[in-house]
Design a protein around this ligand. Structure first.
Ligand code: NAD
Length: 483
């Protein structure tokens, strides 16, 4: 079995133990044994990043551009191979895996350009003879903590801006998907970061959240934490960071609504619902899990979604023609089925799927579930499932649809399908979410614009696009008078 080590201070080092990386499409397929760091090894990585910071903070933007551009180029050149690894360890289909790898490449290339565009402002002072400059500086050591559902895109959208703006990185991938994080570290280790002065600029520390994650969050040297994951973990991290005045950015759960109005194009609405509720096995924070449908189109919409679901192929992620791969692991599968059972117990009706199924290989396969006859008060409408499970809520009209859509503690992505400019415009302004989609799936976003939510879904400045600068830099104001 191949062993994959941590990358600390420019060297590959074994962890305190290892953990097997298992393919959820076929649990007999073990991708490799991945190092598991403990708190002491995490502290070594933090110290290495701290030592490298003066050199990286003052490195030419050309060097930062070259590092990030090289990563983007290699990801693009190897997108099929890395996309395959991604699908093998996470379970999304091969086209989805290749698509995510391509997106990660674009993110690195985008932030290569951003490294050259970090300007400031020169303003007149209110005092004669004094000049004022406002400019941005890197923060220092940043801790980046990723979830399992986007094993390469989320690491990319944290690592690339962190490095572009001059920070040193300690990156912790999720335990279930270390392979893509390791691959990113391998690529970075062969860029200009291998130069002696830049050793320690980027560190990969794989291991449990309770050891690696916790050490990052509590270290006084780590000036900022960028976290994506569950609400429970996110809230703990936010409090811990606030307590020691570290900067924190947290992207957490969702219970994203998709409103379908009577005047919607039925094909557009069905495509938006099926795409965003079930593709990538529903394991997207932007997945539509509450589908809010007005009475006039309700029955036709449900029938069309069920007909579409009947045609989808649920199978091994790497098999040609598979539409939906397996659930990420046994625990998540059990949780999904449990939510279906609770929905039925509370009065929902199963219109399709919702059960575990077997395939040629032993994996965590589940038929996508569509539950009708639900209300917004039921558990299934309140709590994030994070699997291929969606429920339909019937409403009378647009006003009720908007009220139900907003009646949630979350606010990540919110969608509406309508041909009415009036309702589309109103929804865009009044949907309580960081991202609004009209006649589009709630999942699926561009890489060059801000990503994030409102209410319980997010905390701190936005990720992605030029807005990422807000989190990864601090502002300095300089006053100067000729001496
Ligand atoms: P999780 O919270 O269990 O884990 C996320 C990361 O935090 C992992 O790397 C984990 O090891 C680490 N961690 C765990 N305990 C920690 C601790 N005490 N201190 C520091 N780090 C710790 O989440 P998950 O199960 O990996 O991911 C699924 C969740 O992520 C879902 O709720 C989903 O909505 C959310 N998610 C959100 C977005 C978004 O942008 N809003 C994107 C993807 C996933």
């Amino acid at each position: 079995m191949t062993r994959f080590d941590n990358y600390i201070n420019g060297a590959w080092v074994a962890g305190a133990s290892t953990r097997p990386n298992i393919n959820p499409s076929d649990i007999s397929d073990v991708i490799g044994d991945y190092a598991q760091a403990d708190a002491a090894q995490t502290a070594e990585a933090i110290a290495a990043a701290q030592a490298a910071f003066p050199a990286w903070a003052t490195a030419s933007p050309q060097v930062r551009f070259d590092v990030l551009d090289a990563v983007g180029n290699e990801l693009l050149a190897r997108k099929d191979e890395i996309g395959r690894l991604l699908s093998r360890e996470e379970g999304k289909t091969l086209p989805e895996g290749i698509g995510e790898t391509t997106r990660a490449a674009m993110i690195f290339k985008y932030f290569a350009g951003e490294a050259l565009r970090t300007g400031g402002e020169v303003l007149p002072s209110v005092r004669p003879g004094v000049g004022v400059e406002v400019f941005r500086q890197p923060l220092g050591v940043v801790g980046l903590i990723a979830p399992w559902n986007f094993p390469i895109a989320i690491p990319a959208w944290k690592i690339a801006p962190a490095l572009a703006y001059g920070n040193c990185v300690v990156f912790k991938p999720a335990e279930l998907v270390p392979g893509c994080g390791w691959t990113l570290a391998d690529i970075l280790s062969r860029t200009l970061l291998q130069n002696k002065e830049f050793r320690g600029v980027f560190n990969l520390v794989m291991g449990p959240g309770s050891q690696v994650g916790q050490t990052l969050v509590e270290s006084p040297v780590v000036r900022a934490i960028s976290f994506t994951g569950s609400v429970a973990t996110g809230r703990r991290i936010i409090s811990a960071c606030a307590g020691r005045q570290a900067k924190v950015q947290a992207e957490m759960g969702g219970k994203n609504p998709l409103v379908v109005l009577d005047d919607a194009d039925l094909a557009v609405a069905v495509n938006a619902a099926v795409q965003s509720a079930y593709f990538s096995t529903g394991q997207r924070c932007t997945a539509s899990s509450r589908i809010i449908v007005t009475a006039g189109i309700h029955d036709a919409f449900v029938e069309a979604v069920v007909n579409k679901l009947k045609t989808l192929k649920i199978d091994h992620a790497l098999k040609a023609g598979t539409d939906i791969g397996p659930v990420v692991d046994g625990k998540q599968l059990e949780q999904n089925l449990n939510y279906v059972a609770i929905a039925r117990k509370e009065g929902g009706q199963l219109a399709f799927g919702g059960e575990a199924v077997e395939r040629d290989t032993q994996g965590f396969y589940q038929l996508p579930a569509l539950i009708t006859g639900t209300t917004n008060a039921m558990t299934i409408s309140r709590e994030e499932v994070f699997g291929p499970v969606a429920n339909v809520i019937r409403v009378a009209d647009y006003d009720e649809a908007l009220a139900v859509a907003n009646d949630t503690e979350f606010g990540l992505s919110s969608g509406i399908c309508t041909r009415s400019l009036k309702y589309a415009t109103h929804y865009k302004l009044h949907a309580q979410a960081g991202m609004v989609m009209v006649n589009l799936p709630t999942a699926g976003v561009d890489y060059h614009v801000p990503f994030g939510g409102s209410k319980g879904s997010s905390y701190g400045p936005r990720e992605q696009g030029a807005y990422a600068r807000e989190f990864y830099t601090g502002v300095k104001t300089a006053y100067l008078q000729a001496g």
